[in-house]
Design a protein around this ligand. Sequence first.
Ligand code: PMP
Length: 341
Amino acid sequence: MEDIASSITDLIGRTPLLRLQSNSAELLAKLEFLNPGGSVKDRAALAIVEDAERRQLLRKGSVLVDATSGNTGIALAMVAASKGYGCVVSMPRVCTNVERYALIKAYGGVVLLSEPNEGAEGMLRLAKKAAEALGDRAYYTAQFSNPCNAEAHLNGTGPELWRQCGGRLDAVVLGAGTGGTASGITRALRSLASQSGVQPPKIVVVEPELSRTLSGGVHHNGHGVTGIGAGVPLAFVCNKDETDEGQRVQVDEFRSCSLADALDEARAVSMRDGVLAGPSSGAALRVARDVASELGEGKRVVVILPSAGERYLTHPLFDAHRRQAEAELGLTDVVVDDGRE
Ligand code: PMP
């Protein structure tokens, strides 16, 4: 019996669920960083591209265009590479690190940087301008409003979680960038719980303390919890007090997490459980631990870990280790010889 994938995109999804150490409620982590492009956004990118293919909006040489904090850009560039499309993404200069930039380039993508004083709108404007310039070769994937983003989780992540938990879970804690993951998972779990006649899990959405779209308009560009708190109004989720407009799903609760707490938690889980978490994973985990101690023993809390620490080697998350490595390796002025003339 052979077991061979024909495309890297066949390997997106079906991520493992791992029990983390906890001294209160059971704490289970959905390891989305094990997607082939290294983040939860592989799922949304693939769903968006497959939808466009079904609607015959793409042909060889088409160019996928979007605005992103990075992981969507990496995911789109990977999907584009494997399917023969081009990819152009805009990212805010403040949340772009060399890892993100280099990874998109490595998949053959193009990166445009918007300026910090232009905020999220600058990033969106730049992407739209690039799409216009490319004319009918461009396909604007519109992750912040494209329903396929959330449907990737309605059809994939949510049902996977339900199966993996045998239908028993009391709370899900996760961050919101576009809110696509939160919307899809919430809808899937509410529908599956209702079919089974059980209470749906409580959904807790996490935002950076300095960028809280759900809890009223705070946004600081350099909040540091990369990937969540994009400063773009959420089209997929809203809080309980707001009315649901079209595709918005009301979540049970929203909480915020400071950058310092997110990084402490990310560092702690790497040492304690051997799970190398990124900043937004750290933020979700910190809140998940609070929820776990509030619910107490016998309950089960799931936390989504969107991307791993390796994507953040130049982020403050790794400051101490990076500085030490650079000093010990004498890396300040090293020129790497890649063997080319
Ligand atoms: N964490 C990270 C690191 C991300 O890149 C993203 C997506 N920007 C998210 C969380 C949130 O995902 P979503 O867009 O589905 O809300």
